[in-house]
Design a protein. Structure first.
Length: 273
C-alpha cells in the first residue's frame, strides 16, 4: 500500500496519531493495567468496545474547532497464559478506527499486534510489551506509516471498601518508518471505580501524558496532555457493560499550533467473550 500524500503534512506535525488525542485510551489502559488470570492452559478471548461519541473539536485543532459525532469500533483477539505462578504472557491482535459523521479528514484506523510479559511481585505488576502497529489514512484506506513500540509499565490495584484505585506508570519508545512519529512517551494514569451496588459504578480515568519527539520535523518538540473524565457504568453481566462518560482533554506544546482543548461525551459498550 502507498503512503497517503495528503497525510504527510499532518503526521509531520502530529507525529503520533491522526487525531492527535491521548495515545492511551480506556481499552488500552485496561489491557496494560489488568492482571492476566492464572490458567493451567492458554486461553483465547475476544475483547472489544463500540463507542459513539460527540466532540467539540473533531480535528483536535487550536484554531479550527469543529463539532462532530464519531464512532469507534475496537476489537482484540487475545491468547493468555502463564509461564509460572507469577509470570504471565499475552499475545494479541487489535483493530480499531474512528469514523466521523461530517469531518472525514479526522477518519483514521489502526491495526496492531503484540505481546506482553507480566511479572507479579508483592501485589505489583511489572510488564514488558512489544507492539507492531500500522496507521492508516481513512478507514483502512492507505497505509500512512508503520511503527514498533517498546514499552515498560508498573501497575497495582488498591481496594478500599467499595472503591478500587489502579495506578499505572508507562514508558514507551516508538520506532517508525516516518521520522516525525519517533518519540518517547510517558503515561501516568489512575483508574478509579466506585461500586454503588452489584450493577452500577462510578468510574474515572484521569491521565497525564508527556511526549518527547526525536526526529524529522518534530525534533525538539515537547508535548504534555492532561485528561480528566467521569462516567457511570452499568454491568449487564460480568462480561458486558455500558459506560457513559464526559471527558475533558487539553494538550500543551512548545509548538503553539499543537495546543488544543477538547470535550467528549458519549456511551461505550464493552464486551469480552
Amino acid at each position: 500500500m502507498r503512503r497517503s500524500r495528503s497525510l504527510l503534512p499532518i503526521f509531520g506535525l502530529l507525529g503520533a496519531s491522526t487525531a492527535g488525542a491521548a495515545d492511551l485510551d480506556v481499552t488500552e489502559f485496561k489491557t496494560i493495567a489488568a492482571p492476566v488470570p492464572y490458567t493451567s492452559t492458554p486461553t483465547w478471548s475476544v475483547v472489544g468496545s463500540i463507542a459513539p461519541t460527540f466532540t467539540d473539536n473533531a480535528l483536535f485543532s487550536r484554531d479550527n474547532r469543529k463539532s462532530d459525532v464519531y464512532y469507534v469500533p475496537d476489537v482484540s483477539v487475545r491468547l493468555d497464559g502463564n509461564l509460572s505462578n507469577d509470570l504471565s504472557y499475552r499475545l494479541y491482535a487489535r483493530a480499531q478506527y474512528e469514523a466521523f459523521s461530517r469531518e472525514k479528514d479526522g477518519n483514521f484506523a489502526v491495526a496492531r499486534m503484540g505481546g506482553r510479559l507480566t511479572q507479579n511481585w508483592d501485589g505489583w505488576r511489572f510488564s514488558a510489551i512489544y507492539e507492531h502497529r500500522y496507521d492508516f489514512d481513512g478507514i483502512y484506506r492507505d497505509l500512512a506509516f508503520t511503527s514498533d513500540d517498546v514499552m515498560g509499565s508498573v501497575a497495582r490495584d488498591f481496594r478500599f471498601n467499595n472503591a478500587t484505585f489502579s495506578p499505572l506508570l508507562l514508558l514507551t519508545y516508538r520506532f517508525s518508518d516516518l521520522a516525525e512519529a519517533r518519540r518517547w512517551r510517558f503515561d501516568a494514569v489512575l483508574g478509579i471505580e466506585v461500586k454503588l451496588d452489584s450493577k452500577w459504578s462510578i468510574v474515572s480515568t484521569p491521565l497525564f501524558e508527556a511526549y518527547w519527539f526525536t526526529d524529522g520535523l518534530n525534533r525538539g518538540r515537547h508535548d504534555q496532555l492532561y485528561s480528566a473524565d467521569v462516567g457511570l457504568k452499568y454491568n449487564f453481566a460480568s462480561n458486558v457493560s455500558l459506560t457513559t462518560t464526559v471527558l475533558y482533554e487539553a494538550r500543551t506544546s512548545n509548538v503553539p499550533l499543537r495546543r488544543y482543548r477538547d470535550v467528549r461525551i458519549g456511551p461505550r459498550l464493552d464486551f469480552a467473550f
